[in-house]
Write a protein that binds this ligand. Structure first.
Ligand SMILES: C[S@@+](CC[C@H](N)C(=O)[O-])C[C@H]1O[C@@H](n2cnc3c(N)ncnc32)[C@H](O)[C@@H]1O
Length: 282
């Protein structure tokens, strides 16, 4: 990652980095290695300056003090990585189609529950919705489909639910064009997901390392991609093991390509690149 270091502030010292790293780990499960010091300095430097503070030490004091308040949300949003794009690791959506949607259609199931557990700015859950719409076609309205999109970061969730992206998205992915409305006038550089898909996805804040989440449903597919890499090995295992308890019979869990070993460690059965099944064999 190459971000330009912030200027005009004293550099982030070792003890402040240590304090911030402890807060990040406690709040998000994200484990920052020593090599991330410059990245933290850059990302939080903007926040420190926006608050009119003169040093990282003052920022640590603020976060540790009684008036931290909403700054925690800003801190978490600034420190976590939200990189994502439409049709990232596209083969995973084919797996959803072949392993979940096609069998459900064949069995006349009529109900689908999908969870995107680190949805960032929405590209991933919208691709899930487009995949469902592609497979169900004109039957979509007769199905009970719900896609839960969760993330720790309020700003990302807000962008996801707004569902507005740059026009280039439909140039890069012409097959997805039918699911977007084009902006007009001053909004001609933008596209928005059509309402027929928007009604399928619910965005909700959820911190994966907090123990109090418990969605009511069992899910046919759980996508948890490119977030576990930031967690400690213990947190990775705890999160995946917990998510596995929300898998319906025959469900898949999908992990990012750098995270697959966590699925196996959690006792799931590998079924292809990043795709896991609940192992129900005796
Ligand atoms: C790199 S993005 C991955 C987005 C998407 N899943 C993808 O693969 O393109 C990682 C996301 O994980 C979220 N995240 C980080 N820690 C989290 C936590 N403890 N609970 C929930 N979401 C978290 C971040 O806010 C960020 O939006």
């Amino acid at each position: 990652m190459s971000e330009t270091p912030s200027t005009d502030l004293p550099p982030l010292g070792a003890s402040e980095f240590q304090a911030l790293r402890g807060l990040v780990l406690r709040e998000t499960g994200v484990s920052l290695t020593d090599s991330k010091r410059m990245l933290v300095q850059t990302r939080l430097g903007r926040r420190v300056k926006a608050l009119g503070l003169s040093s990282f030490a003052h920022y640590v004091e603020l976060l540790e003090g009684p008036s931290a308040g909403d700054e925690y949300d800003q801190f978490v949003g600034a420190i976590t990585t939200h990189t994502t794009h439409f049709w990232r690791e596209a083969h995973h959506f084919d797996e959803l189609r072949d392993r979940v949607l096609a069998p459900a259609l064949k069995a006349g199931q009529r109900k689908l529950r999908i969870w995107c557990a680190a949805s960032s700015t929405g590209e991933e859950p919208w691709c899930l919705a487009m995949t469902v719409a592609d497979v169900l076609g004109s039957d979509l309205g007769r199905w009970d489909v719900r896609i839960l999109a969760t993330d720790i970061d309020h700003a990302s969730l807000e962008k996801g639910s707004r569902a507005v992206y740059q026009y280039e998205v439909i140039e890069e992915h012409p097959k997805s064009k039918q699911y977007f409305l084009k902006g007009v006038g001053p909004r001609s550089g933008e596209v928005r997901i059509r309402d027929s898909l928007r009604s399928l996805v619910t965005f909700r804040r959820m911190n994966l390392i907090e123990p109090d989440w418990a969605p009511k449903a069992k899910f046919d597919a759980i996508f948890i991609r490119n977030v576990l890499i930031y967690f400690s090995p213990e947190a990775q295992l705890a999160v995946v093991s917990r998510l596995a308890t929300f898998m319906a019979d025959g469900a898949i869990m999908v992990l990012g390509h750098a995270e697959s070993m966590v699925g196996t460690r959690a006792g799931l059965r590998a079924a292809g690149r990043g795709v896991f099944l609940k192992d129900t064999r005796p």
